[in-house]
Write a protein that binds this ligand. Structure first.
Ligand code: GAR
Length: 199
């Protein structure tokens, strides 16, 4: 079976993307990364360039409305993907909500990784919010993306203990270790499953 074709969206340092790239480069990988998209000049784009994966940047500020940006994002995904739409779109530290144009182009085939145990602590500051709440266990969650803020169906979850004296940075780094592994597992199993047929 040909490897599933994946597009990855990032905003930050891209350590999660780097893990996906390493997994995709393994000889028997069920997926290949055909493009990486960012909403700005994300440092993580360097991982894609190093691996000779095509990249595109679609900043929100370059578009008059959010709906225009969303349509431009959908078009950029289609263009990066080339001959056919991707089998899976993976948000790996993408810090913006995708809108109806992107969602409707890839029904049930967009996933997001989040650094907290959803439905607790959704949004842009999952690690900070969990720490501020004083939880003793947090973790990471991979969800199917819907129109809400981290409200989609939960596909996988792993727990991480909060240590005495943890800062947002130390805790986030420990979460990212399990998060990367979990995301690679989820992408590999979705890639091996047949794509849903249009209704
Ligand atoms: C990851 O922990 C991811 O869950 C988080 O950004 C980090 C990206 O790290 N995403 C969110 O918080 C989305 N709400 P990276 O840039 O090193 O891959």
């Amino acid at each position: 079976m040909a490897p599933a074709r994946i597009i990855v969206l990032i905003s930050g340092t891209g350590s999660t993307l780097a893990a996906l790239i390493r997994a995709a480069q393994a000889p028997d990988s069920a997926f290949e990364i055909v493009g990486v998209l960012a909403d700005g000049d994300a440092p993580g784009l360097a991982h894609a360039r190093q691996a000779a994966i095509p990249t595109a940047v679609v900043p929100l500020r370059d578009h008059p409305t959010r709906a225009d940006w969303d349509r431009a994002l959908a078009a950029a995904i289609a263009e990066l993907s080339g001959r056919a739409l991707p089998d899976l779109v993976v948000l790996a530290g993408f810090m913006k909500l995708v809108g109806p144009a992107v969602l409707s182009a890839h029904p049930g085939r967009i996933i997001n990784t989040h650094p907290a145990l959803l439905p607790s602590f959704p949004g842009a500051h999952g690690v900070r919010d969990a720490l501020a709440h004083g939880v003793k266990i947090t973790g990471a969650t991979v969800i199917e993306v819907d129109a809400g803020i981290d409200t989609g169906r939960i596909l996988a979850q792993r727990a991480v203990e909060v240590h005495e004296g943890d800062t947002e940075e130390t805790l986030h780094e420990r979460i990212k270790v399990v998060e990367r592994e979990m995301l690679v597992d989820v992408v590999s199993s979705l890639a091996a499953a047949p794509a849903p047929q249009p209704a």
